[in-house]
Design a protein around this ligand. Structure first.
Ligand code: PMP
Length: 296
């Protein structure tokens, strides 16, 4: 029988079937917690330090004190991957407020719960990466820029999920979320980029989008390739009339968008600039200097 995945919870490893948290955990009861999604490419944990830093920033915004240092967190993530002998995988790192009572007061939660799952994820793979995906601009608006906005990667993803349901019901592959003012924010778990007349535009994170680690890497790559990259307010009209559109994210990597609310974008396949960036991004993810190597 294949060995079960070993999941880290608060300093111990449990087989997947026995990896459980309390029903009194405020991560479950109130979505009170933070998380990260991280990829491992050929035994190198891509941008691990950046992900851990962002986790601690999100926690800081929630006044949630993670009980171990960033360095210990980095080592524990690496150890979890090593223990599971995974070379190419997806890691979910979760820190909740911990076990409390049935009231929402965080003071009742003495110790945060730390969970590390090293497993796999499949999102927009195969044909989607070649042909692009279809999208729907959802009626569900992103939260205003406050504690509940997606700037902090918290366990509150209901508005992404509502938008995703909307896309699912309408037969689109993914949803695009707008700010309360109707500007383009991001996807449900991805940042969005637009290409127009050879220039690359992306919404500023002050619209309430997450400061994506993939998007930062893609901006750097684009600049190195000689493209102008600008943070700008984007409207749905600008999406409809773009030459190219694509999403970026740890799970999605770079995925071209070929349709927005039934309007075709470009030639119905990944555009030339998107394609170039996809090639460069793939190289970057295989560069051992871009992450931390696991010693198996
Ligand atoms: N926006 C949201 C809401 C997300 O959940 C994610 C995925 N973490 C992203 C954008 C993309 O960020 P990253 O490239 O760091 O994965």
């Amino acid at each position: 029988m294949e060995q079960e995945l070993q999941i880290y919870i608060d300093g111990k490893y449990y087989p997947k079937s026995q990896a459980k948290v309390s029903v009194y955990d405020h991560g479950l009861l109130y979505g009170d917690g933070v998380f990260e999604g991280i990829r491992v490419y050929d035994g190198v944990v891509f941008k691990l330090k950046e992900h851990v830093q962002r986790l601690y920033s999100s926690a800081h915004a929630l006044l949630l004190k993670i009980p171990i240092t960033q360095e210990e967190m980095v080592n524990t993530v690496v150890e979890t991957i090593r223990k599971n002998k995974l070379k190419d995988s997806y890691v979910r790192l979760v820190v909740t407020r911990g076990v409390g009572d049935l009231g929402l007061d965080p003071r009742k939660c003495c110790t945060p719960t730390v969970i590390i799952i090293a497993d796999n994820i499949k999102l927009h793979e195969g044909e989607a990466k070649v042909k692009g995906i279809t999208t729907l601009v959802s009626w569900v608006r992103r939260n205003p820029v406050d504690g509940s906005s997606h700037e902090a990667k918290s366990l509150n993803y209901l508005n992404s999920i509502m938008a995703k349901i909307e896309a699912n019901m309408s037969g689109a592959d993914e949803a695009i979320c707008l700010t309360p003012n109707g500007l383009v924010a991001e996807g449900v778990g991805e940042n969005i980029f637009l290409v127009k007349n050879g220039k690359i535009l992306t919404p500023p994170t002050s619209t309430g989008a997450l400061e994506g680690i993939t998007s930062a890497a893609v901006k750097d790559l684009a600049k190195k390739l000689g493209y102008e990259v600008t943070e700008a307010n984007l409207t749905t009209f600008m999406l409809f009339t773009a030459d190219e559109l694509f999403f970026t994210g740890t799970a999605a990597e770079i995925v071209p968008i070929r349709q927005v609310n039934w309007r075709p974008i470009g030639q119905g396949a990944a555009g030339p600039i998107t394609k170039k960036l996809m090639v460069e991004f793939r190289k970057l993810t295989r560069d051992p200097n871009q992450g931390i190597a696991v010693k198996y």
